[in-house]
Every structure is written in C-alpha cells, then in structure tokens.
Write a protein that binds this ligand. Structure first.
Ligand SMILES: Nc1ncnc2c1ncn2[C@@H]1O[C@H](COP(=O)(O)OP(=O)(O)OP(=O)(O)O)[C@@H](O)[C@H]1O
Ligand SMILES: [Mg+2]
Length: 299
C-alpha cells in the first residue's frame, strides 16, 4: 500500500515551474530515494509533501489522509529533516529538542527522555547546554536529524541529511536509518550522494527539470541505462578518437562523449575491448544519473 501518494503535484513560483505534474507512490516501509541535479525541484516537492509550502496544483495523500484537509494530522506522522538548518538560535541544544517536542504535545518527562536519547545517539550529549551558534556545521546537522526523530515518526523525510557530516557521523546515520527501516519506518531520502542512495534505498526516483524521469530499484536502473559493465575511454589524439568512435559504431555499442572521454555502455565484447585496449568497470547509479540528467549540465 502507498503511504505517500501524489497526483499531478505542481509547484510554481511566478512563471517558474519548480515541480511539474508529479505523480508518485511510496510504499509503506520502503526507503525511497529522491535524486536530481541542483534546481531539479526536490526540495520544493518535499516541502509540499510535508505541508511546509502550499501546493499550487494537484494532491497529496499521506497514510490515506488528504493533506489539504488534514495537514495537522499528517504532520504528526512525519519526521522532517530540512535541507536548510532552522534551529532556534536563542535556545540551547537540549531546549531546541524539548521545544520541538512540545509542538507534538509529548509529555515533558517523555520529551526529556527522548531528547537525551537522541543527543546520545548523535553524540551531542556534551553540547546539551550549548547555544546553536557554538556548534560546528556538522553538529547542527546532527541536531537537526535528532530533532526529526523526536516525535517517533511513522515516516521520515530527509532532505540531504548527510551534507557536511564527517565519515563517522555519516555511517552512524546510515546505520540508524537501516535500524529505523527494520522497524518499518518509511523513508523519503533526498540525496546527492549516489553511494548513499544505492546503499540505503529500495527504489530511487531521478528528478530533472521538475519532473520525475524514472523510478526503479537502483540495480535495475543500472542494468537498463548503462549496463553492468562500461568502458571509460580516453583517446590520446583526435585521430584515435575518430577511430574509436568508428569501431564503437560498427559494433553497435551505445556511447556518449563526456568531455574528452568516451563512455561506452552495455559492453560485453571482450575482443573489441582488447582491440581498443580498454578494461571494463562496473556501471554505477552515478553513471545513470549523468545519462538521465546531462542536458542541464551542458546548458
Ligand atoms: N522560494 C522560492 N522562490 C522562488 N523560486 C524558488 C523558491 N524555491 C525554489 N525556487 C526555484 O525552484 C527550482 C527548484 O528548486 P529546489 O530548491 O526545489 O531544487 P532542488 O532540487 O532541491 O535543488 P538542490 O539540489 O540545489 O537543493 C529552482 O529553480 C529554484 O530557483
Ligand atoms: Mg534541495
């Protein structure tokens, strides 16, 4: 069953269509990745689903409830980690969590218990009495994630949560997200980190120019768009480049020119590899991302 469903969801800022008729479904309990270049519309989409920004057109249902009519009820189900930090600078670390808990009417004693647990989990215990401006960038981000868990949400929505985290904190978060998934918590994870998406997400959507271009299991996307194996070829002269391209065309190998390099997809011809002196490497989600969103990079 879909726990999040959107139908023809659209967000406009004056003439700019940031989210363009997006219809999608996220299944109960899955970790759903949202990928896309800067400006693709990911945050705008998330802000509508989390009832932070008004919908221009279309509809959203969360756990069967129409967001337009039950935004308060929906908000109680969601844990949200926004892309931009919005902690209260006038409060301490602990007060930030306790105040947030009050929005959800969590009894004070329970709020304290959860806050301390969250601080311990994200290794912020020593900073509990510090003001926000005394935190490092990564600490603020950890606190933002801790805050998103305070209401023990049924659905967790994270907009680029690992940006600026050191490797240790990043792995800590990945582990926590896996645990939450094992507990049945649905996750919508927006990320620019392809390794993270491939590691954590059951399915990923690639968004480009306001639209969702594809949705599938990461491995299926790799098989479909770039192949299990590909070649990265760097010709040493224009003549060699021409010759390589001729060979690829003759053998009906799909390829793209990426700057000075040539990237050939779905390769399985060992003889040709030998002739061109190339060794295959594994296709990745990043290769898929480039293939499906490259026009914007050329512009
Ligand atoms: N409040 C706003 N007012 C006007 N335009 C906006 C506003 N918020 C976003 N936009 C525009 O909407 C488009 C989508 O922006 P959005 O923040 O949703 O992209 P994104 O995919 O989250 O990008 P990033 O990876 O950089 O976070 C961009 O062209 C952006 O300039
Ligand atoms: Mg964004």
């Amino acid at each position: 069953m879909a726990i999040i469903k959107t139908e023809n969801l659209t967000k406009k800022f004056r003439d700019l269509v940031a989210v363009d008729n997006v219809s999608m479904e996220i299944a109960d309990g899955e970790c759903f990745g949202l990928l896309g270049p800067n400006g693709a519309g990911k945050t705008s989409l998330i802000r509508m689903i989390t009832a932070i920004s008004p919908v221009t057109a279309g509809q959203v249902w969360v756990d069967g409830q129409d967001l337009a009519r039950h935004s308060r009820r929906v908000k109680a189900l969601l844990g949200v980690v926004p892309q931009t930090e919005n902690l209260d600078p006038d409060l301490t670390v602990l007060q930030n969590l306790l105040t947030f808990a009050r929005y959800f009417e969590i009894p004070r004693k329970e709020a304290m218990r959860r806050s301390l647990e969250a601080l311990r989990l994200f290794q912020l215990e020593e900073k509990r009495g510090s003001r926000i401006k005394a935190l490092s960038g990564g600490m603020k981000r950890r606190l933002l994630i801790a805050r998103g868990l305070i209401n023990q949400p049924k659905i967790l929505i994270l907009d680029e949560p690992t940006v600026g985290l050191d490797p240790q904190s990043r792995h800590l978060l990945w582990q926590k997200l896996r645990e939450l998934k094992a507990q049945g918590i649905t996750q919508l994870l927006c990320t620019q980190n392809m390794e993270e998406a491939a590691l954590l997400c059951d399915r990923v959507a690639i968004m480009h120019l306001g639209k969702i271009v594809v949705v599938d299991v990461p491995h299926n996307l790799i098989l479909k768009y770039v192949g299990e194996k590909l070649w990265e070829i760097e010709p040493s002269s224009p003549a060699e480049r021409e010759q390589i391209i001729r060979e690829l065309k003759n053998h009906h190998v799909e390829f793209e020119e990426v700057g000075l390099a040539i990237r050939a997809f779905h390769v399985d011809n060992d003889e040709l590899a030998h002739k061109l002196l190339v060794r295959p490497r594994q296709g990745t989600l990043e290769d898929v991302f480039f293939r499906l969103t490259s026009e914007s990079l050329v512009e």
